[in-house]
Design a binder for this molecule. Structure first.
Ligand code: ATP
Ligand code: FE2
Length: 330
């Protein structure tokens, strides 16, 4: 069964072709909206996606020697995300479904980050530590839904790292730059550690860093970056571990761009080893926003949950919460 996956919740436009029964990713293409300076301008992101969508689909078919005839199901991320970006994916996917008379499924992007674990590993019922630019959540299945057990109370971990990097004069995205700098640091500076119940917060730490360290010349940049990583990653691992204990689950999966960070991966592995749990870390291309995870989740929803959406009426939902979704495919 060939599933065409389409991702467009934020700056990434992605197309994937997946042989779902064989669990084989035939292609997983991405094209990113980038800027020289500043953040994302929503209508510019939409322009980017609109310009690239046909070309990327053609490339996917060229690479795989498949065509629309071979596609059995279309899955696209219809929630949550940037309204402008979501709309392009929605129009593109619904038009394809109607023109070629293919079944269609709308997928929640955050849930797809969790479900992808079962595409590439033996994970059965993991807790997801989802650390991306905009999102920071600990998600697990409980009582018929994917529930959020902890999340950021202010900004996402990636946005925090990117802002910190900008203040240090490093480029965007800041994550890889900060990781490189931190690998040269040795001295741990005690920083604000903000875990509130099962939630985390980062903006107080940004202020703390600005007041005490950034541009003050007192400590080496390497040590500040090292201490920042140690502190914020410990916060995330603490909350993830507590969710695993509370839910009595013994599998962890990482998701989101920040999960590409080797130190975060190492801390996750140490924590899992300590509690005799399994730690699943998909390859980078499946950690960041991608269409293969959308295709796989769409396949599960359609085949196991009997879910098909009407392309004429399916809407986007920029604010859909993970626990708004009725999980009928497990
Ligand atoms: P979402 O829409 O799901 O919130 P996103 O659009 O922010 O995702 P992602 O690709 O999941 O996109 O994550 C991007 C973030 O990942 C950026 O903030 C970037 O700095 C961060 N990042 C990438 N590589 C690393 C790394 N090695 N270490 C830390 N952070 C990283
Ligand atoms: Fe994401």
């Amino acid at each position: 069964m060939i599933v065409l996956g389409i991702e467009s919740t934020a700056h990434t436009f992605g197309i994937s072709l997946l042989d779902a029964k064989k669990k084989k990713i035939l292609c997983n293409l991405r094209d990113l909206y980038t800027t020289e300076k500043g953040g994302m301008v929503p209508n510019k992101v939409a322009d980017h996606h609109e310009e690239i969508c046909d070309e990327l689909l053609r490339k996917a078919f060229d690479e795989t020697k498949l065509s629309m005839k071979d596609v059995d199901l279309i899955a696209f991320s219809n929630a949550p995300g940037l309204g402008h970006a979501l709309k392009i994916g929605s129009i593109f996917s619904r038009t394809l479904a109607m023109t070629h008379n293919k079944p269609l499924v709308g997928v929640n992007h955050c849930i797809a980050h969790l479900e992808v674990a079962s595409l590439v590993s033996k994970a059965k019922d993991p807790v997801l530590l989802y650390c991306s630019g905009a999102n920071t959540q600990v998600i697990a299945y409980d009582g018929g839904k994917y529930r959020i057990f902890g999340e950021t109370l202010d900004i996402g971990i990636g946005n925090f790292i990117d802002t910190f990097a900008r203040k240090l004069g490093l480029g965007f995205p800041g994550g890889p730059h900060v990781e490189k700098l931190a690998s040269k640091g040795k001295k741990y500076l005690p920083l604000l550690y903000s875990v509130k119940g099962m939630d985390v917060a980062f903006s107080g730490l940004l202020t703390h860093l600005e007041r005490k360290y950034i541009g003050k010349g007192k400590e080496k940049k390497e040590d500040v970056a090292f201490s920042v990583q140690e502190t914020v990653f410990a916060m995330l691992i603490e909350v993830a571990e507590r969710a695993m204990a509370h839910c009595e689950k013994n599998e962890l999966v990482l998701g989101g761009g920040v999960a590409c960070n080797k130190r975060l991966q190492e801390m996750a592995e140490i924590m899992c080893k300590d509690r005799k749990a399994k730690c699943y870390i998909p390859e980078n291309g499946l950690l960041v926003d991608n269409a293969a995870m959308i295709a796989w989740t769409g396949f599960l929803m359609h085949t196991k949950g009997g879910i098909t959406h009407d392309p004429k009426t399916l809407t986007i939902d920029p604010y859909e919460r993970t626990d708004d979704v009725e999980v009928r495919w497990r």
